[in-house]
Design a protein around this ligand. Structure first.
Ligand code: AHR
Length: 629
């Protein structure tokens, strides 16, 4: 039974309790939320991004009318902008033929819907030709036209942006966009782009409407961006001309201004990030969602599998100044230097930034704090109203976590970001995690959490856990599931909240739970007590892959069997959890043939789950014999 005490009041729940964490992982931005349909539009892909990439990735040469010509990516002084290094040089056939390139988009191809409009643009330079004509075609993989072709006359002279509109005459998920030139001589191209007209809120350089609308349906209270590991890994050097470091940490100044002037960068998750969806677009999206923007800047101490602390005072000072400039970009008047950049981009009004996060999941808490405090001092001195958010490292416990929390408390950090990805059993067993957190200490921002799977049982475990967050809403002020987005055609991390391919997107069971909580956030906790005995023991069969039982006291001879009859675990618990037949030295984790078995022990309860290496649970049968007496 549940007893509700209507005469008492619990903590108030903030309107921004539930929000989103946007990181370009799983092609969340490029190839996903960012609506650009042309892949590698500026010929910048490089082996530094991905060993399979070349500047011609997603492009092929095409000759129409068997015309002789040539297409070559060049990197020379003739470039469109010094940050946009490469461009395409076409040698064109005379005598009526056409030569050029064709782009195959992401995954299956460019996806268009019959009757919809698509905005084409290209930067071109025709030094040798007067009015060299360009032809733009949209066809499917079989060569069938998907729109009436465009013909664009280019002017003789320097780089110029040309535009046109294609209206799809039929629907396809295998579109190919070709741009060809004719008339002899040469023609240079860069920033070949195709956007659906129907972006979210109809914005130029905008977002894919179906994905953005699913995010909007969460009614998020805040939007943390742009990462994650994306932020604090890689070189912290800035873009510096031809020898610019190819794997830079995410530095906001690289991502604002006209898109053709943004340098692309290696993405930590193994592809190229165009930065077409950059800081301005993130701020604007947050505003469109009615969400508090929460940018994350690198603290010059890496995490995410790297343990390095940059020891360069000048570089650190430059990043601190960049963070102050970021606040000016967001909040400064239109006649300030960085507020002026924002105004020039189309938003003279401030974005109303109130929080900045410094760092993400650093493994070296002392080195991190040394830098964090310098950021915080500088920010507080110039912008005393801004809350600077810290973090507690990459896990839900352990020595790094403990040390980080000690430092956070010692230095009175206002809000601490925690991250954990654990089994559903862990979430069920740790519902009381925040009951004992210090009410006088820092607020908690649960910036990344997920139980390992997209099954109903995962969603249920997360829902149960979130009741514990709400019960502790006086300490836990914000929470965001992670990762938010995943392309089903190139996924670096599962599970994820919202999935998409080129034509559609769908929310997971976990998404429905987040939406339930986030779109219906309560005002105040009403204290309640539950009584009754949760079901325990086996046999349990089915897809849930989860069992809890009181091992030492009640059960003997516990066996976990996979659906095809293989014994995954067997134990009589005579000498503790090390008797699990598949357990390795790695604590509770046992990985065999790409599978995992995890046991979690909390008090007298041991919980078991097993699955494959993608965190898909196996169907399990759990049997146990109840002890006599
Ligand atoms: O959400 C995926 C990754 O998980 C984030 O980039 C990182 O912060 C965490 O390790």
């Amino acid at each position: 039974g549940i007893d509700i005490d209507t005469s008492a009041t619990g903590p108030q729940i903030s309107d921004r309790m539930y929000g989103i964490f946007l990181e370009d992982i799983n092609h969340a931005a490029d190839g996903g939320l960012y609506a650009e349909l042309v892949q590698n539009r500026s010929f910048e892909y490089s082996t530094a991004d991905n060993e399979n990439y070349t500047p011609m990735t997603a492009w092929e040469e095409v000759a129409i009318g068997n015309a002789p010509g040539n297409a070559e990516v060049v990197n020379d002084d003739g470039r469109l902008h010094e940050r946009n290094r490469n461009y395409l040089h076409l040698a064109l056939p005379a005598d009526g033929g056409e030569y050029g390139v064709v782009n195959s988009g992401y995954s299956t191809g460019i996806t268009v819907a019959e009757g919809k409009k698509y905005d084409f643009s290209v930067w071109a330079k025709a030094p040798g030709n007067a009015a060299a004509p360009l032809t733009v075609r949209l066809r499917d993989a079989q060569g069938e036209p998907l729109a009436e072709q465009l013909r664009i006359e280019t002017d003789k002279g320097g780089w110029t942006r040309y535009t046109g509109t294609l209206t799809a005459t039929s629907s396809s998920t295998t579109g190919r966009l070709s741009v060809t030139g004719s008339g002899g001589g040469s023609l240079s191209l860069d920033m070949v782009s195709l956007f659906p007209r129907d972006t979210f809120k109809g914005r130029d350089n905008g977002l894919r409407a179906d994905i953005a609308e699913k995010i909007a349906a969460l009614d998020p209270g805040f939007a943390r961006f742009p990462g994650g590991c994306l932020v604090n890994t890689g070189s912290h050097e800035a873009y510096e001309g031809p020898d610019w470091p190819r794997e830079r940490s995410y530095q906001w100044k690289d991502t604002v201004g006209p898109v053709e002037e943004r340098a692309t960068n290696h993405n930590f998750w193994g592809y190229n990030q165009s930065y077409g969806l950059g800081y301005y677009e993130y701020f604007q999206f947050a505003e469109d969602l009615g969400a508090m923007p929460l940018p994350v800047v690198p603290a010059l101490v890496t995490g995410c599998g790297e343990d390095e602390a940059t020891d360069d005072p000048e570089l650190l000072q430059r990043h601190i100044q960049d963070t102050l400039d970021l606040i000016e970009f967001a909040n400064g008047p239109a006649d300030s230097e960085w507020g002026g950049v924002r105004a020039e981009m189309g938003h003279p009004e401030p974005f109303g930034l109130t929080h900045v996060q410094v760092g993400n999941e650093e493994n070296l808490p002392d080195a991190f704090f040394d830098r964090f405090l310098r950021f915080r001092d500088a920010i507080e001195e110039e912008y005393p109203g801004i809350t600077v958010v810290g973090n507690s490292g990459p896990s839900s416990g352990g020595t790094v976590f403990e040390r980080a929390w000690d430092l956070n408390r010692e230095h009175g950090v206002a809000m601490v970001d925690e991250h954990y990805y654990n089994s559903p059993e862990w979430f069920l067993a740790n519902n009381d995690r925040y009951d004992s957190y210090d009410r006088e200490g820092p607020d908690v921002y649960l910036g990344e959490f997920a139980s390992q799977g997209n099954r109903f049982s995962n969603a249920l475990a997360e829902a149960a856990y979130m009741t514990g967050l709400e019960r502790n809403a006086d300490v836990v002020k914000m929470a965001s599931y992670a990762p938010l987005l995943a392309a089903e055609w190139d996924t670096q991390w599962t599970p994820d909240l919202i999935w998409f391919d080129n034509s559609t997107s769908w929310g997971s069971a976990n998404y429905e739970v987040q939406r339930l909580f986030s779109a219906n956030t309560g005002d105040r906790v009403v204290p309640s007590t539950a009584t009754g005995t949760p079901g325990v023991g086996g046999p349990i069969t089915g897809a849930v892959g989860l069992s809890t039982w009181n091992t030492s006291a009640e059960y003997d001879d516990v066996r976990v069997t996979s659906a095809d009859g293989e014994t995954l675990l067997a134990d009589d618990f005579s000498s503790g959890a090390d008797q699990w037949s598949h357990t390795t030295d790695a604590g509770n984790w046992a990985v065999e043939d790409g599978a995992y078995v995890q046991t979690e022990t909390s008090g007298e309860n041991t919980m078991v789950t097993a699955g494959d290496s993608d965190w898909n649970d196996y169907d399990l049968e759990v049997t146990a014999t109840k002890r006599e007496g």
